[in-house]
Design a protein around this ligand. Structure first.
Ligand code: GAR
Length: 208
């Protein structure tokens, strides 16, 4: 049984897709052992509560500086010791120490086709604003392993989504969530839990 922790910052629709998939059996062999948010106001916490999943807040505001927050986050994850950490709209740069401690065992969903519209400053609606500004006809989402650099680790799954005339960032975001993100992230977790998708050290071996 794969024990997964899900890290969130906002609305938590990707978390909901995961919880629904565990309940319906689209994700098997997996237990969501913890939902953790850096943002006390995240609606994702309510979704975890409704599903009866342990959930907690670790807010940077409760720490004197960034380094203490990063240490606390890493230590909390080490104490939890999940097999997999899922970043589902977690808008915190993962500390290098935590990446080392969970090498190949942290996955992230990004709302574009990496390597387009990713890296520093590209998160949430900003990604879709940039895609529309550039005039791309196709965008999508990517699930990847998290490494030392932003949005740069091995790609596990990608799905393309059509950009339509008249799209606003909000409309495009919603279409990419519905058609790509909410499908890809549960599918990646199920693939990892059932040995179809390599993770840990094997994720890097595969990519080289
Ligand atoms: C999602 O679109 C996710 O792909 C994005 O934030 C949103 C969170 O929505 N993540 C990033 O931009 C990471 N760089 P949610 O809280 O409803 O799942």
């Amino acid at each position: 049984m794969l024990r997964a922790a899900v890290l969130v910052s906002g609305g938590g629709t990707n978390l909901q897709a995961i919880l629904d998939a565990v309940r319906s059996g689209k994700i098997t062999n997996t237990e969501i052992s913890l939902v953790l948010s850096n943002n006390p106001g995240a609606y994702a916490l309510k979704r975890a509560e409704n599903a009866g999943v342990p959930h907690e807040v670790l807010s940077p505001d409760s720490f004197p500086d960034r380094a203490s927050f990063e240490r606390a986050l890493t230590e909390r994850m080490q104490a939890e010791n999940p097999d997999l950490i899922v970043l589902a709209g977690f808008l915190v740069k993962i500390p290098a120490e935590m990446i080392r401690a969970f090498r190949g065992r942290i996955i992230n969903i990004h709302p574009s086709l990496i390597p387009s519209f990713c890296g520093r400053g590209f998160y949430g609606l900003k990604v879709h604003e940039a895609a529309l500004k550039r005039g791309v006809k196709v965008s999508g989402a990517t699930v990847h392993i998290v490494d030392e650099n932003l949005d740069s680790g091995p790609i596990l799954l990608q799905k393309a989504v059509e950009v339509k005339p008249g799209d606003t960032p909000e409309i495009l975001q919603r279409r990419i969530m519905e058609q790509a993100e909410w499908v890809l992230l549960p599918s990646a977790i199920d693939g990892i839990a059932n040995g179809r998708i390599p993770y840990g050290e094997a994720a890097f071996a595969e990519a080289e």
